[in-house]
Design a binder for this molecule. Structure first.
Ligand code: MLT
Length: 232
């Protein structure tokens, strides 16, 4: 049996984000989808994930899952056989990004948690025009509902308080896939290029017609890239 695959979802996402990957890879290996909402800082969440994880595993994270995957690489690189960074970034936030995050927290404080998804995120999470597709839209809304406001607040605090992961990239020595949708407006391709440029054994894949939630939006392309990565 090949090594297990540990998947870490993004902000306000659940295991449903990776349903296409679980379907594709669970016949051949154990798959674990991490709980990534258990604390207010990345280091503690990464420690919680490691405490529940198999001894050694292939590690894939999407967006907030990329911050956590990079945190795990700094804590326990020997447990990770290969690394996939999907739609994420290693750099810190700009002042505008930070202000936008605080505005989302304010909406939650005003009792408008689900409006964060309906009014702000839905159209930004997937490629332009695709947020009305029932399959994508219903899954995104369901994931936000299942996450809930308490976990959202913890995840957002962890994102706001995270450190820059840029300095750690050159030390990553396992086979690494860096993949991003070409139409990702949350973590655009330049963020993927930056990570792939700094990680010694990285392969960069930019997915045509795809936004931020690549695992869900472009499952065939993502599964093909992950198949190659898992066989490297
Ligand atoms: C995510 O999808 O996990 C978030 O967009 C991450 C972020 O806002 O940095």
């Amino acid at each position: 049996m090949p090594e297990p695959l540990l998947l870490i979802p993004g902000l306000m996402c659940t295991a449903a984000l990776f349903e296409p990957q679980v379907k594709a890879f669970s016949d051949e290996r154990q798959i674990v989808v991490a709980d990534h909402g258990g604390a207010h800082d990345m280091h503690t969440i990464a420690g919680q994930i490691l405490a529940e994880a198999p001894d050694r595993f292939a590690l894939a994270g999407l967006s907030m899952g990329v911050y956590l995957a990079l945190e795990i690489m700094s804590i326990a690189p020997d447990r990770v056989t290969r690394l996939a960074l999907l739609d994420g970034k290693a750099r810190p936030d700009t002042a505008d990004e930070l202000a936008a995050r605080k505005a989302l927290l304010n909406m939650a404080d005003e009792g408008r948690y689900l409006n964060i998804t309906y009014d702000i995120l839905l159209s930004r999470l997937v490629a332009a025009g695709r947020s009305l597709e029932p399959g994508l839209r219903d899954t995104i809304i369901q994931m936000a509902t299942d996450t809930g406001v308490t976990v959202f607040r913890r995840q957002m605090a962890a994102i706001i308080n995270r450190r820059s992961y840029l300095a750690g990239l050159p030390a990553i020595s396992c086979p690494t896939l860096v993949l991003t949708g070409k139409l990702d407006v949350i973590t655009p391709p330049e963020c993927a290029r930056e990570m792939a440029g700094q990680i010694p054994h990285a392969r960069l894949e930019l997915v045509t017609g795809c936004g931020h939630l690549s695992a869900l939006e472009a499952p065939d392309a993502v599964n093909a890239a992950m198949t190659t990565w898992l066989e490297t």
